[in-house]
Write a protein that binds this ligand. Structure first.
Ligand code: KET
Length: 427
């Protein structure tokens, strides 16, 4: 080989070596705790496998359900040749954002009337959480450390979302394993003892993963302390309609807090209540004390949004826009939501019945019917959850959360028997 050729070969191999080593310090991350269950479920050939992992609605045939009202809206879009594929404004489709604000804050919201609400269309609820977190990191009048209090437990993705933008997640007591209910005293104590002007992340309704929400009296007490301490409410609303089956009922706490003047923002998702999971349609609403402040907030949210996603996607927003802005479609949507919520409540009742009356499973199972929303926090141990996944092919998160919508008339018996065995240590 000529010297020149050797030189070239050496150069190429040494640069290859460098690029091979480039990521040697990147540690292998664990798979996402929720999405790995979907993947494992799909790969499992077992006939009676059950997926109670991700919070995504399934009908009684275990199929994803495209809401009939969404089908109608899609047809309308298809038959509207004037629609193009231009960019949306940075803050999203204006008719959609206006209607989304009304949906969560109420059509007669004084904050909307006063022009005090800034709404930005986001990449579903996750994007709203992220944009809200990023905005707070930049502009919240921090007096101490950049921290947020998250309920213990909370949605598995919350801590990562805040860490990503440099806000340290802390926790406040929420769930009491002894009562399988709300640790209201612990919650109130955390609100009272946190430094003034702290930020608390609050699930607007249908708390994930516990299915345990405060009562209206408790909400009022929470709001009073928040006001007294000057705390900021970071509301995450991913399940409007799923708690009670009624959109207005489920927005009660948010509306009440706005009315009382708690400083807050709201993250809104249409993934679950419109069944538009993959379309990524959501919104962030920031409430300000004046119209002028809301405009400044909007200007900064626009700057952040522009650098992150430039502008949000059209398709899902157009669908929701049609549903929210057409009285007929809106009524139909409410019926579809009631169908989903009703089936979940029915599954709760049936599971409770089989566990308590037929199988006489040891323990108290009242929480199965008392908890609300998509999830039940069964109260079983991580070992029992693991046994259900590994031995019974029942896919559920290790914290004992089950997505009730994964149950149907065909698999409920099998699940109940498997749960019964797990609890008795017989799996
Ligand atoms: N907030 C909460 C409380 C929540 O449970 C989810 C999703 C989201 C926000 C985000 O949803 P999005 O699809 O971005 O609008 N939860 C389910 C799915 C997931 O983990 O992404 C779940 O807990 O199974």
């Amino acid at each position: 080989m000529t010297d020149r050729l050797k030189q070239v070969v050496n150069h190429v191999s040494s640069s290859n070596k460098m690029s091979n080593d480039l990521w040697q310090n990147v540690p292998l991350a664990p798979p996402d705790s929720i999405f790995k269950l979907t993947a494992a479920y799909k790969a499992d050939p077992f006939e009676n496998k059950v997926n109670l992992g991700v919070g995504a609605y399934r009908d009684d045939d275990n199929k994803p359900w495209v809401l009939p009202v969404v089908r109608k809206a899609e047809q309308i879009l298809l038959n509207t040749p004037s629609l193009d594929h231009e960019y949306l404004p940075i803050t999203g489709l204006p008719e959609f954002t206006a209607a989304a604000a009304k949906l969560i804050l109420g059509p007669d919201s004084p904050a909307i009337a006063g022009g005090r609400v800034t709404t930005v269309q986001t990449i579903s609820g996750t994007g709203a959480n992220h944009l809200g977190a990023l905005f707070l990191e930049r502009f919240f009048p921090w007096s101490g450390n950049k921290e947020i209090y998250l309920s213990d437990p909370t949605w598995a993705n919350h801590p990562a979302i805040f860490k990503n933008v440099g806000i340290v997640p802390r926790t406040y007591p929420y769930y009491d394993p002894k009562t399988i209910g709300l640790d209201f005293d612990g919650y109130m104590n955390a609100l009272k003892t946190a430094p003034n002007n702290s930020i608390f992340l609050i699930h607007a309704c249908a708390h994930n993963p516990t299915g345990v929400d405060p009562t209206r009296e408790q909400w009022n007490e929470i709001a009073a302390v928040m006001l007294d301490k000057g705390h900021y409410g970071f509301f995450d609303c991913a399940y409007q309609g799923f708690a009670s089956g009624n959109l207005d009922n489920d927005a009660w706490a948010v509306r009440e807090f706005v009315k009382k003047g708690v400083n807050m923002l709201i993250c809104q998702s249409f993934a679950k209540n419109a069944g538009l999971y993959g379309e990524r349609v959501g919104a962030l609403h920031v409430i300000s004390s004046s119209k002028e402040a809301a405009e400044r907030v909007k200007s900064q949210l626009s700057v952040l949004q522009r650098s992150e996603i430039s502008n949000p996607p059209t398709y899902g927003a157009r669908i929701v826009n049609l549903i929210l802005n057409d009285a007929g479609l809106f009524e139909e949507w409410k019926r579809d939501i009631a169908t989903m919520a009703g089936r979940i409540i029915d599954m709760r009742k049936q599971l409770y019945k089989v566990l308590t009356e037929e199988l006489k499973t040891p323990g108290n199972w009242d929480h199965i019917v008392n908890q609300i929303g998509m999830f039940s926090f069964t109260g079983i141990t991580p070992q029992q959850s693991q046994a259900l996944v590994e031995k019974a092919h029942v896919y559920m998160t290790a914290n004992g959360r089950i997505s009730m919508t994964g149950l149907n008339r065909k698999n409920l018996g099998y699940f109940a028997e498997s749960l019964d065995k797990a609890v008795r240590g017989q799996l």
